[in-house]
Design a protein around this ligand. Sequence first.
Ligand code: GAL
Length: 641
Amino acid sequence: MQLGACYYPEHWPEAIWAEDAHRMVAAGLSHVRLGEFAWSRIEPQPGEFDWAWLDRAVTTLADAGLSIILCTPTATPPKWLIDRMPDMVARDAYGHPRRFGSRRHYCFSHLGYRVEATRIAQAVSERYGQNHNVVAWQIDNEYGCHDTTLSFSVAARDGFRIWLADRHGDIGALNRAWGNVFWSMEYRSFDEVELPNGTVTEANPAHWLDFRRYSSDQVVAFNAAQVAIVRHTSPGRDIVHNFMGFYTEFDHHDVACNLDVAGWDSYPLGFLESFRFGEGDKIAFARQGHPDIAAFHHDLYRGCTPQGRWWVLEQQPGPVNWARYNPAPLPGMVRLWTLEAMAHGAELVTYFRWRQAPFAQEQMHAGLLRPDSVAAPALAEVRQAADDIALLGSQGASPRMVALIFSYDSEWVTGIQPQGADFSALWAAFACYSALRQLGLDIDIVSPDATLDGYAMIVVPCLPIVDAALVDRLEQFPGQIAIGPRSGSKTSDFAIPRDLAPGPLRRLFPATVARVESLRPGVGHDGDGFRIEQWLEHVEGEAEAELTAHDGTVASWRHGRVRYLAAWPTEALATMLLSRAARDAGLTTHDLPAGVRLRRTADRCFAFNYGASPAELPATVQGEVILGSRTLPSAGAAVLG
Ligand code: GAL
């Protein structure tokens, strides 16, 4: 694994570039990422390019021995372009334009902008594509950031109509698929279909689901257009995009299948503060991040490209500027996060950013250097991580243990019709993932299309739309299977299957979900060591009850090697169910102290302590200590071999 930094030569006097480059190398960095927001400097006027500064920046960094990841600057189209093509901006759900003055002010559906994006990608990749110091290309920056995947523009509406005609063939088929007879919503032609925003009450969920699919396809097409150009003009370089955390607005499997490497941007403290973690976790892990946030995304994005290659393109080095509260990481955490990425198979971790900017929107965001160029606390940890990585050498791939199946359309379905506050397929996946990690297991998060060979156990936390091909593969899979609520509960057109849930999964679990209910906080059913909360399914059929509350309400069912969770996967319930499945799968689980997590590579076991106090590894974790010690300090890491 190698290390790098995100660098913005256009933000700093040229006189300090060389020194910056040498300090990067001295800190143990080998890569530098450049250019993702530099369009206004590369092409200050339409068609007039200023390459001189970027040529010098590339040369200066390369002369210091750094490998360069260049970006296409399409996340920040310049003012002159917006002025020429005002309808290229995205529109929010109220129809308001997303105006110029920050970034990502473009609509994925706007074909004129797509042409401009490929034009600038062509120009930059022609200029630097053959430079042997340019080793990779990042396309754009964080697709969808700032809520920009869905756009309710005229371009989106027109594109959606064409997409619908292509999907449904004739308007009668669309009316039937969506059930438009319901409120006299029938259309006479595709030209009558509007976008699903602005309706009096909720629009038809099938309408929303198709709009989400359409919007996701626009991201795929936007990315693919640039990838095609860069592949041609700069052959042999890796092509990557930096995805985000807990972000599901487009199908990352579809986008990533055109990339060589899936990148993602890891901000564990910002994510803990901004997402739906309990107050207890927000306080306990305020300076460490929840122990499963980074790992979840490492294991998710590893499953996104066909080759399983992935990088962290932005790693938080100190306080960020965008969460409600922005604490500093505990001493040791920047090193720990880096080694956790290594344990999950990252090839590269790049810190965002080299130096804190004293101006504009992100002036409160830490870098590896302070704005006055003095080293920030993270820089010494990066150096230490670089030494650790050198000591550990390359890590072989982890043996297959548990595959957790996640699909982006699951989250769209539960988001469109949650049927109970907070029901979310993504968070059901995270809850199961976290329970598995607390048992000390290694997890691959895979798409429903992935091969399941070699795993001991498959977990399907919540998959409303189930494809028959997946059911075939699950039927052939010889190991343990755990299926979560709402799986198989919808057809691909967002309707209840004729034979009810679990729909096609009935081949594995011969039962019927006869009724579902969502439960407000405080309403539930207590069992021994667990509680049914938030969601409950009443199941009829041949399966046997496995976990039952004191009042007889069944939380989970079992049919041979298949278990079905009929309730929300709370930590206790998920842990009970998944530890039984793991036992039956012959997997060794561990009784880990709170905040401690493990991850195996080919022949090593990494251990991390996200807790605020020291923790001892249990005796079940075996091996000789190669790095650290069996007593892990807070924010400490150990490697056993
Ligand atoms: C990312 C983004 C960066 C920077 C960073 C701040 O979302 O890609 O450009 O804004 O967040 O944490």
